[in-house]
Design a protein around this ligand. Sequence first.
Ligand code: OXD
Ligand code: MN
Length: 601
Amino acid sequence: MSSSVIDRPPSSKGPAPAQANEHVRWRVEQCVELCQPQRVQWLDGSAEERQRLFAEGVKAGVFTKLDEQKLPNCYLHRSNPNDVARSEQNTFICTRTEDMAGPTNNWMEDKAAYARLRELFNGCMRGRTMYVIPFVMGPIGSPLAKVGVQVTDSIYVAVSMGYMTRMGTVAWEQLGKSEEFTRCMHSVGDCNPDRRYICHFPLDNTIWSFGSGYGGNALLGKKCLALRIASFLGKTQGWMAEHMLLMGATSPTGEKTYVTAAFPSSCGKTNFAMLIPPEKFKSEGWKITTVGDDIVWMWVDKKNGDLRAINPEAGYFGVVPGTNWETNPNAMTAMSHDAIFTNVALLPDGDVWWEGKTKEPPKECIDWMGQKWTPQSGRKAAHPNSRFTAPMINNPALDPAADDPAGVHVAAIIFGGRRSRTIPLVFQAFNWVHGVYLGATLGSETTSASTDKTGIVRRDPMAMLPFIGYNIRDYLVHWFRMRKLMKDCPRIFHVNWFRKNEQGQFMWPGFGENMRVLKWIIDRVRGRAYAMEATLGWMPRPEDIDLEGLDVNIDELRQMQSVDNAEFKHEILSQEELFLKLAGDLPKEMIFQRELLISRL
Ligand code: OXD
Ligand code: MN
């Protein structure tokens, strides 16, 4: 089946495929009138269409085809150097009142935002093609699956949406005659950071994004819909949209346990979700499978009060620097064919490279900005936030339930950040309310990838700070209230893979070895592992973590698990930043948990 293409003038009857309902046609027509594209192309999501889009993109200089032998059907894209990351300062929640957006979001009055963005979108696609992208977030047929329709003038966005979502004709089938779909309008415009706006209108189920082609700002199904809009819908409808990976662990006896984990951006969610167990565990029969690496939607099963989850996405948009065949072989396989690389370096033989891909850098390459590069150049060859985009079916460890509309049962929720001091390797919350407090006060050190100042601890509640689509006060209350809908709620844990010793070296090897910590977590959930009551929560004794075959001894583990009370008092003081922001709006559970913690110290 081929996508429908028509030259202007558009008509509601003209280019739209027969399955697109009247509500969609009308909305798209409004976008066409405003943006005035030369052509409108409705996408059907077929493989032929994708190949045609890639070919057009190569002709237009948007994509470079990579070597077909080394990287079959893979393409390189270089973004505008001013457009390489999510721009939180340009991201807005647009509502009637500022209180609806709360103290942690940028806010614009909705009417004012529509007016400002209408000016920018007016005529912005003259001479260009508008792609109409119908997509579904979530497995087809899932009670939580949501349809979106995005118009865009970016061919990079059009093909990326095909990997990241269930895109094309399936969306019309899922939508039927309903008008319940997220209306997404996007234009790269002139890619001027001063005219860059990523605006969310949760009350209208609408996203307007102008002036950026970067994934998190432009693939509107991802952060914008699946987190910001969905978190708002979840609060209103009694479910949750979270910045979490979702993985399955199969034990040697075939018992399957699913856990979610919330880590801030660049803290290794993709690596953990694709973990390969160390030799000892592998030979015993342990296996890890990935449901998702970035976002989960969770709801309570009315039949038994269990928490269930799906991954709304269909692909990965992962950071590549540091990724190699040792740190994440599954990700390397996932990007070895049918993938898009953004802002990596190009090798003379049509392969790609990034810092950390190989021990030795290449003798020469073309860097992410298209300049000749050698190791002597004194700059990075790939951008620190360079990415791969690949469909999840490329992952050899994809969980069989990744496409299951019924989702999976969530047995544990793990929170974690990047902390070189203070925070132990692992502990378990005393109960749900305590766990929510741990998530709400989650801290992580800034990395050089995100800011000039490294090592500063930022509070990032549930790793959702940039993604909560409404007032954080109501978000925390929603977390506390969800407990009441559940019968046997998931156990909540806190991990820190990044603690350093006096010499500044990481104490825990991380990556596949994290399986050892996960095994304790699973055994706790299953009622099999010991834990002692400690200041911060339930803690394994050093002998409760299996260290066999690992170059870490029990004393070192004891050190990783140690809590210095004086240091922890500083930790509590550093949480003030968040508490002050919430001021008089802090849910009382937060205040009580903090008091209890202080009294335990
Ligand atoms: C991401 C992010 O791209 O969290 O997933 O920034
Ligand atoms: Mn993310």
